[in-house]
Design a binder for this molecule. Structure first.
Ligand SMILES: *Cc1c(COP(=O)(O)O)cnc(C)c1O
Length: 405
Protein backbone atom coordinates (compact mmCIF):
# COMPACT_ATOMS: atom_id res chain seq x y z
CA UNK A 1 0.00 0.00 0.00
CA UNK A 2 1.15 3.54 -0.76
CA UNK A 3 1.15 6.01 2.14
CA UNK A 4 1.18 9.64 0.96
CA UNK A 5 2.69 12.40 3.12
CA UNK A 6 -0.56 14.34 2.83
CA UNK A 7 -3.93 13.79 1.17
CA UNK A 8 -7.08 15.85 0.55
CA UNK A 9 -9.15 13.05 -0.98
CA UNK A 10 -10.82 11.95 2.26
CA UNK A 11 -11.68 15.53 3.23
CA UNK A 12 -13.24 16.09 -0.16
CA UNK A 13 -15.26 12.90 0.18
CA UNK A 14 -16.61 14.07 3.52
CA UNK A 15 -17.28 17.73 2.68
CA UNK A 16 -17.67 17.57 -1.10
CA UNK A 17 -21.38 18.36 -1.27
CA UNK A 18 -21.08 21.33 1.09
CA UNK A 19 -18.04 22.61 -0.80
CA UNK A 20 -19.81 22.24 -4.15
CA UNK A 21 -22.80 24.20 -2.87
CA UNK A 22 -20.67 26.93 -1.29
CA UNK A 23 -18.52 27.43 -4.39
CA UNK A 24 -21.52 27.33 -6.76
CA UNK A 25 -23.27 29.93 -4.63
CA UNK A 26 -20.32 32.29 -5.07
CA UNK A 27 -20.20 31.61 -8.81
CA UNK A 28 -23.92 32.27 -9.16
CA UNK A 29 -23.79 35.42 -7.01
CA UNK A 30 -21.39 37.04 -9.46
CA UNK A 31 -19.57 38.65 -6.51
CA UNK A 32 -16.10 37.16 -6.83
CA UNK A 33 -14.18 39.98 -5.14
CA UNK A 34 -15.19 41.18 -1.68
CA UNK A 35 -18.64 40.74 -0.20
CA UNK A 36 -20.44 38.90 2.55
CA UNK A 37 -18.78 35.53 2.16
CA UNK A 38 -15.39 37.07 2.94
CA UNK A 39 -16.72 39.19 5.79
CA UNK A 40 -18.31 36.07 7.30
CA UNK A 41 -15.03 34.18 7.13
CA UNK A 42 -13.03 37.07 8.59
CA UNK A 43 -15.45 37.27 11.52
CA UNK A 44 -15.40 33.55 12.16
CA UNK A 45 -11.61 33.38 11.90
CA UNK A 46 -11.13 36.37 14.22
CA UNK A 47 -13.40 34.63 16.74
CA UNK A 48 -11.39 31.41 16.46
CA UNK A 49 -8.10 33.25 17.05
CA UNK A 50 -9.60 35.45 19.75
CA UNK A 51 -8.75 38.83 18.21
CA UNK A 52 -11.19 41.62 17.33
CA UNK A 53 -9.85 41.69 13.76
CA UNK A 54 -8.95 39.30 10.97
CA UNK A 55 -8.22 40.60 7.48
CA UNK A 56 -8.14 38.15 4.59
CA UNK A 57 -5.37 38.39 2.02
CA UNK A 58 -3.77 36.55 -0.85
CA UNK A 59 -1.30 34.26 0.97
CA UNK A 60 0.68 33.70 4.14
CA UNK A 61 3.60 35.49 2.51
CA UNK A 62 1.44 38.54 1.89
CA UNK A 63 0.12 38.34 5.46
CA UNK A 64 3.71 38.77 6.69
CA UNK A 65 4.32 41.65 4.26
CA UNK A 66 1.08 43.39 5.29
CA UNK A 67 1.95 42.96 8.97
CA UNK A 68 5.41 44.49 8.55
CA UNK A 69 4.17 47.31 6.31
CA UNK A 70 1.27 47.91 8.70
CA UNK A 71 3.74 48.36 11.54
CA UNK A 72 5.75 50.82 9.44
CA UNK A 73 8.77 48.55 8.97
CA UNK A 74 11.10 49.40 6.09
CA UNK A 75 14.69 50.08 5.00
CA UNK A 76 17.19 50.34 7.86
CA UNK A 77 15.04 48.24 10.20
CA UNK A 78 16.08 44.83 11.48
CA UNK A 79 13.65 41.99 12.08
CA UNK A 80 14.90 39.02 14.11
CA UNK A 81 13.68 35.57 13.11
CA UNK A 82 14.92 32.01 12.62
CA UNK A 83 16.53 30.53 9.53
CA UNK A 84 14.91 27.13 10.10
CA UNK A 85 11.61 27.98 8.43
CA UNK A 86 10.00 28.25 5.01
CA UNK A 87 11.82 30.85 2.87
CA UNK A 88 8.79 33.22 2.87
CA UNK A 89 9.41 34.15 6.52
CA UNK A 90 12.59 36.00 5.54
CA UNK A 91 11.48 36.90 2.03
CA UNK A 92 8.65 39.03 3.48
CA UNK A 93 11.12 40.94 5.66
CA UNK A 94 13.28 41.68 2.62
CA UNK A 95 10.21 42.54 0.53
CA UNK A 96 9.46 45.55 2.75
CA UNK A 97 13.11 46.68 2.52
CA UNK A 98 14.07 45.61 6.06
CA UNK A 99 16.93 43.23 6.97
CA UNK A 100 16.30 39.74 8.34
CA UNK A 101 18.57 38.86 11.27
CA UNK A 102 18.75 35.10 11.81
CA UNK A 103 19.28 33.38 15.13
CA UNK A 104 19.59 29.66 15.78
CA UNK A 105 16.84 27.27 16.90
CA UNK A 106 16.70 24.80 19.78
CA UNK A 107 17.41 21.21 18.82
CA UNK A 108 14.74 19.84 21.18
CA UNK A 109 11.81 21.96 19.94
CA UNK A 110 13.01 23.07 16.46
CA UNK A 111 11.88 26.56 17.54
CA UNK A 112 13.72 29.89 17.73
CA UNK A 113 16.24 30.12 20.59
CA UNK A 114 14.88 32.88 22.82
CA UNK A 115 18.20 33.64 24.55
CA UNK A 116 19.82 34.22 21.19
CA UNK A 117 16.78 36.20 20.09
CA UNK A 118 17.23 38.66 22.95
CA UNK A 119 21.02 38.77 22.49
CA UNK A 120 20.62 39.72 18.80
CA UNK A 121 18.64 42.90 19.56
CA UNK A 122 20.37 46.09 18.34
CA UNK A 123 19.22 49.73 18.15
CA UNK A 124 18.01 48.94 14.58
CA UNK A 125 15.77 46.07 15.72
CA UNK A 126 12.08 46.84 15.34
CA UNK A 127 10.29 43.49 15.25
CA UNK A 128 10.63 40.00 16.72
CA UNK A 129 9.23 37.41 14.31
CA UNK A 130 8.87 33.96 15.92
CA UNK A 131 7.71 31.04 13.76
CA UNK A 132 5.36 28.42 15.20
CA UNK A 133 7.14 25.81 13.11
CA UNK A 134 5.44 22.48 12.32
CA UNK A 135 2.44 23.67 14.37
CA UNK A 136 4.36 23.80 17.65
CA UNK A 137 3.76 27.11 19.46
CA UNK A 138 6.70 29.24 20.56
CA UNK A 139 6.65 30.34 24.24
CA UNK A 140 4.77 33.59 23.57
CA UNK A 141 4.83 34.73 27.20
CA UNK A 142 8.61 34.90 26.94
CA UNK A 143 8.62 36.49 23.48
CA UNK A 144 6.18 39.19 24.63
CA UNK A 145 8.24 39.81 27.78
CA UNK A 146 11.40 40.30 25.68
CA UNK A 147 9.51 42.61 23.30
CA UNK A 148 8.20 44.65 26.21
CA UNK A 149 11.65 45.01 27.78
CA UNK A 150 13.08 46.34 24.53
CA UNK A 151 9.94 48.14 23.23
CA UNK A 152 9.69 46.02 20.11
CA UNK A 153 6.77 44.81 18.03
CA UNK A 154 5.93 41.12 17.65
CA UNK A 155 4.75 39.51 14.42
CA UNK A 156 3.84 35.83 14.72
CA UNK A 157 4.36 33.54 11.72
CA UNK A 158 1.36 31.26 12.29
CA UNK A 159 1.39 29.85 8.74
CA UNK A 160 1.84 26.28 9.99
CA UNK A 161 -0.10 26.72 13.20
CA UNK A 162 -3.77 27.54 12.58
CA UNK A 163 -5.57 26.22 15.65
CA UNK A 164 -2.44 25.98 17.83
CA UNK A 165 -2.27 27.74 21.19
CA UNK A 166 0.25 28.70 23.87
CA UNK A 167 -0.88 28.59 27.51
CA UNK A 168 -4.48 28.09 26.37
CA UNK A 169 -4.49 31.20 24.17
CA UNK A 170 -4.46 30.81 20.36
CA UNK A 171 -1.33 31.75 18.40
CA UNK A 172 -1.94 34.90 16.42
CA UNK A 173 -3.52 36.60 19.44
CA UNK A 174 -0.26 37.17 21.36
CA UNK A 175 1.78 39.42 19.09
CA UNK A 176 0.87 42.73 17.47
CA UNK A 177 -0.06 40.78 14.34
CA UNK A 178 -0.62 37.09 13.62
CA UNK A 179 0.05 35.90 10.05
CA UNK A 180 -1.78 32.86 8.70
CA UNK A 181 -1.59 30.85 5.48
CA UNK A 182 -4.42 28.84 3.94
CA UNK A 183 -2.12 27.04 1.50
CA UNK A 184 -3.72 23.61 0.93
CA UNK A 185 -1.26 21.64 3.08
CA UNK A 186 -1.60 23.86 6.17
CA UNK A 187 -3.89 22.88 9.06
CA UNK A 188 -6.67 25.00 7.55
CA UNK A 189 -6.23 24.94 3.78
CA UNK A 190 -8.25 26.53 0.99
CA UNK A 191 -8.45 25.40 -2.63
CA UNK A 192 -5.45 27.49 -3.65
CA UNK A 193 -3.57 30.40 -2.11
CA UNK A 194 -4.98 32.44 0.75
CA UNK A 195 -3.98 34.06 4.02
CA UNK A 196 -5.04 36.35 6.84
CA UNK A 197 -3.66 38.74 9.42
CA UNK A 198 -5.13 38.97 12.91
CA UNK A 199 -4.71 41.83 15.37
CA UNK A 200 -6.22 43.70 18.30
CA UNK A 201 -5.56 47.29 17.22
CA UNK A 202 -8.37 48.92 15.20
CA UNK A 203 -6.16 51.38 13.31
CA UNK A 204 -3.58 48.72 12.45
CA UNK A 205 -6.30 46.39 11.13
CA UNK A 206 -7.69 49.20 8.97
CA UNK A 207 -4.20 50.08 7.66
CA UNK A 208 -3.48 46.45 6.70
CA UNK A 209 -6.91 46.23 5.04
CA UNK A 210 -6.14 49.31 2.94
CA UNK A 211 -2.61 48.15 2.09
CA UNK A 212 -4.09 44.89 0.77
CA UNK A 213 -6.17 46.90 -1.72
CA UNK A 214 -3.67 49.32 -3.30
CA UNK A 215 -3.38 51.58 -0.24
CA UNK A 216 -6.92 52.68 -0.94
CA UNK A 217 -9.10 53.92 1.97
CA UNK A 218 -11.92 54.77 -0.44
CA UNK A 219 -12.46 54.08 -4.10
CA UNK A 220 -9.71 55.60 -6.26
CA UNK A 221 -8.11 57.54 -3.42
CA UNK A 222 -4.61 56.10 -2.78
CA UNK A 223 -2.88 57.32 0.37
CA UNK A 224 0.14 54.99 0.07
CA UNK A 225 1.63 52.34 -2.16
CA UNK A 226 0.01 49.02 -1.36
CA UNK A 227 -0.62 45.66 -2.98
CA UNK A 228 -3.31 43.74 -4.75
CA UNK A 229 -3.69 41.08 -2.08
CA UNK A 230 -7.28 40.05 -1.46
CA UNK A 231 -8.71 36.77 -0.29
CA UNK A 232 -10.90 35.47 -3.14
CA UNK A 233 -14.60 34.94 -2.43
CA UNK A 234 -14.29 31.33 -3.62
CA UNK A 235 -11.45 30.68 -1.18
CA UNK A 236 -13.45 32.28 1.64
CA UNK A 237 -16.42 30.05 0.75
CA UNK A 238 -14.22 26.94 0.96
CA UNK A 239 -12.69 28.13 4.25
CA UNK A 240 -16.16 28.83 5.71
CA UNK A 241 -17.03 25.17 5.16
CA UNK A 242 -13.75 23.91 6.61
CA UNK A 243 -13.17 26.20 9.63
CA UNK A 244 -15.81 24.51 11.87
CA UNK A 245 -13.83 21.24 11.48
CA UNK A 246 -10.41 22.65 12.36
CA UNK A 247 -10.47 21.76 16.05
CA UNK A 248 -11.50 18.17 15.34
CA UNK A 249 -8.84 17.83 12.64
CA UNK A 250 -6.18 19.05 15.06
CA UNK A 251 -7.37 16.53 17.67
CA UNK A 252 -6.90 13.82 15.02
CA UNK A 253 -3.39 15.14 14.25
CA UNK A 254 -2.62 15.02 17.99
CA UNK A 255 -3.68 11.40 18.30
CA UNK A 256 -1.65 10.43 15.23
CA UNK A 257 1.41 12.16 16.72
CA UNK A 258 0.81 10.47 20.08
CA UNK A 259 0.56 7.08 18.36
CA UNK A 260 3.84 7.64 16.49
CA UNK A 261 5.49 8.65 19.75
CA UNK A 262 4.21 5.71 21.76
CA UNK A 263 4.55 2.98 19.13
CA UNK A 264 7.72 3.83 17.27
CA UNK A 265 10.64 2.02 18.78
CA UNK A 266 13.56 2.99 16.58
CA UNK A 267 16.32 1.62 18.81
CA UNK A 268 17.64 5.19 19.12
CA UNK A 269 18.81 5.29 15.53
CA UNK A 270 16.42 8.17 14.92
CA UNK A 271 15.05 10.78 17.32
CA UNK A 272 11.32 11.40 17.68
CA UNK A 273 9.98 14.92 18.22
CA UNK A 274 9.06 15.94 21.77
CA UNK A 275 5.41 15.86 22.82
CA UNK A 276 5.58 19.63 23.18
CA UNK A 277 2.96 21.80 24.86
CA UNK A 278 -0.77 20.92 24.85
CA UNK A 279 -1.48 23.52 22.18
CA UNK A 280 0.77 21.82 19.58
CA UNK A 281 -1.22 21.45 16.36
CA UNK A 282 1.11 18.94 14.63
CA UNK A 283 1.15 20.32 11.10
CA UNK A 284 4.18 18.06 10.68
CA UNK A 285 5.66 15.10 12.58
CA UNK A 286 9.38 15.60 12.15
CA UNK A 287 11.96 13.00 13.19
CA UNK A 288 15.73 13.45 13.16
CA UNK A 289 18.08 10.98 11.51
CA UNK A 290 21.64 11.73 12.58
CA UNK A 291 24.43 10.95 10.11
CA UNK A 292 26.44 7.71 10.47
CA UNK A 293 27.34 7.92 14.18
CA UNK A 294 27.05 6.58 16.78
CA UNK A 295 24.58 4.00 15.42
CA UNK A 296 24.82 3.96 11.64
CA UNK A 297 21.21 3.95 10.49
CA UNK A 298 22.38 3.34 6.94
CA UNK A 299 25.21 0.93 7.77
CA UNK A 300 27.50 3.39 6.00
CA UNK A 301 26.23 2.20 2.66
CA UNK A 302 24.90 5.61 1.74
CA UNK A 303 26.50 8.20 -0.45
CA UNK A 304 27.19 11.79 0.56
CA UNK A 305 24.44 14.16 -0.52
CA UNK A 306 25.05 16.95 -2.97
CA UNK A 307 23.35 19.61 -0.80
CA UNK A 308 25.86 18.98 1.99
CA UNK A 309 28.75 19.85 -0.27
CA UNK A 310 27.08 22.65 -2.22
CA UNK A 311 25.69 24.54 0.77
CA UNK A 312 28.35 23.83 3.38
CA UNK A 313 25.97 21.72 5.46
CA UNK A 314 26.59 18.68 7.68
CA UNK A 315 26.37 15.26 6.03
CA UNK A 316 22.78 14.09 5.41
CA UNK A 317 23.55 10.59 4.08
CA UNK A 318 21.60 8.54 6.65
CA UNK A 319 18.51 10.74 6.44
CA UNK A 320 18.57 10.60 2.66
CA UNK A 321 19.14 6.82 2.74
CA UNK A 322 16.20 6.30 5.11
CA UNK A 323 13.94 8.51 2.98
CA UNK A 324 14.83 6.41 -0.07
CA UNK A 325 14.21 3.12 1.77
CA UNK A 326 10.83 4.35 3.05
CA UNK A 327 9.90 5.41 -0.48
CA UNK A 328 10.74 1.96 -1.81
CA UNK A 329 8.39 0.51 0.83
CA UNK A 330 5.57 2.82 -0.31
CA UNK A 331 5.94 5.51 2.38
CA UNK A 332 6.51 9.02 1.04
CA UNK A 333 8.21 11.47 3.37
CA UNK A 334 9.21 15.11 2.92
CA UNK A 335 12.21 17.13 4.06
CA UNK A 336 11.24 20.44 5.65
CA UNK A 337 13.76 22.05 4.97
CA UNK A 338 16.92 20.76 3.28
CA UNK A 339 18.70 24.13 3.01
CA UNK A 340 18.43 26.76 5.76
CA UNK A 341 17.38 30.25 4.71
CA UNK A 342 20.70 31.85 5.70
CA UNK A 343 22.59 29.51 3.31
CA UNK A 344 20.25 30.08 0.36
CA UNK A 345 21.90 31.67 -2.70
CA UNK A 346 19.32 34.49 -2.53
CA UNK A 347 20.78 35.51 0.85
CA UNK A 348 24.46 35.09 0.03
CA UNK A 349 24.87 38.88 0.34
CA UNK A 350 24.06 38.70 4.06
CA UNK A 351 27.29 36.77 4.54
CA UNK A 352 26.27 33.97 6.92
CA UNK A 353 29.14 31.47 6.67
CA UNK A 354 28.78 27.67 7.02
CA UNK A 355 28.62 26.91 10.74
CA UNK A 356 27.17 30.31 11.67
CA UNK A 357 23.88 28.73 12.84
CA UNK A 358 25.08 25.21 13.71
CA UNK A 359 21.85 23.75 15.12
CA UNK A 360 19.79 24.95 12.16
CA UNK A 361 22.38 23.59 9.72
CA UNK A 362 22.48 20.18 11.39
CA UNK A 363 18.68 19.96 11.56
CA UNK A 364 18.46 20.62 7.82
CA UNK A 365 20.69 17.58 7.33
CA UNK A 366 18.73 15.38 9.78
CA UNK A 367 15.01 16.16 9.59
CA UNK A 368 12.41 13.97 7.92
CA UNK A 369 8.64 14.52 8.07
CA UNK A 370 6.54 11.37 8.38
CA UNK A 371 3.02 11.20 6.89
CA UNK A 372 0.53 13.10 9.05
CA UNK A 373 -2.90 14.42 8.15
CA UNK A 374 -6.21 14.10 10.00
CA UNK A 375 -7.54 11.26 7.83
CA UNK A 376 -4.35 9.14 7.89
CA UNK A 377 -5.81 5.72 8.70
CA UNK A 378 -4.50 3.50 11.48
CA UNK A 379 -3.66 0.88 8.83
CA UNK A 380 -1.57 3.41 6.91
CA UNK A 381 0.11 4.61 10.08
CA UNK A 382 0.84 1.03 11.14
CA UNK A 383 2.61 0.51 7.83
CA UNK A 384 4.79 3.59 8.38
CA UNK A 385 5.63 2.40 11.89
CA UNK A 386 6.49 -1.15 10.83
CA UNK A 387 8.60 -0.16 7.84
CA UNK A 388 10.50 2.43 9.84
CA UNK A 389 11.00 0.10 12.77
CA UNK A 390 12.35 -2.67 10.57
CA UNK A 391 14.79 -0.30 8.89
CA UNK A 392 15.96 1.13 12.21
CA UNK A 393 16.09 -2.24 13.96
CA UNK A 394 18.10 -3.75 11.13
CA UNK A 395 20.46 -0.80 11.15
CA UNK A 396 20.88 -0.98 14.92
CA UNK A 397 21.68 -4.69 14.95
CA UNK A 398 24.17 -4.27 12.09
CA UNK A 399 25.80 -1.50 14.08
CA UNK A 400 26.03 -3.69 17.18
CA UNK A 401 27.50 -6.51 15.11
CA UNK A 402 30.03 -4.14 13.59
CA UNK A 403 31.11 -2.94 17.06
CA UNK A 404 31.34 -6.54 18.35
CA UNK A 405 33.47 -7.57 15.37
C1 LIG B 1 3.59 28.34 4.16
C2 LIG B 1 4.40 29.28 4.95
C3 LIG B 1 4.47 30.65 4.68
C4 LIG B 1 3.90 31.27 3.44
O1 LIG B 1 2.56 31.01 3.23
P1 LIG B 1 1.99 31.03 1.72
O2 LIG B 1 0.51 31.03 1.93
O3 LIG B 1 2.48 29.83 1.04
O4 LIG B 1 2.47 32.30 1.10
C5 LIG B 1 5.18 31.46 5.55
N1 LIG B 1 5.81 30.96 6.62
C6 LIG B 1 5.79 29.65 6.92
C7 LIG B 1 6.48 29.15 8.14
C8 LIG B 1 5.09 28.76 6.08
O5 LIG B 1 5.09 27.45 6.36
Amino acid sequence: MQVPPFSLTEQLDALGEQLDAAVLQVLRSGQYIGGGVIAAFEQAFAKAVGTPHAVGCNSGTDALILALRGLGIGPGDEVITCSFSFFATAEAISAVGATPVFVDVEESSYLINLEQLEAAITPATKVLLPVHLFGRPVDMEQVCAIAERHRLKVVEDCAQASGASWAGRPVGSWGDVGCFSFFPTKNLGGAGDGGAVTCRDDALAQRMRELAVHGMPRRYLHTELGYNSRLDAIQAAVLNVKLPHLERWIELRRSIAARYRSQLDTANTIHLPEAGPDGHSWNQFVVRVPACSPAPACNQSCTPSSDSASFGLPEACCRDWLKQQLQEAGVTTIIYYPIPIHRQPAYAHLGYAPGSLPVTERLCAEVLSLPIFPELSSVQQQQVIEVLQNLCGAAASRATAAVAA
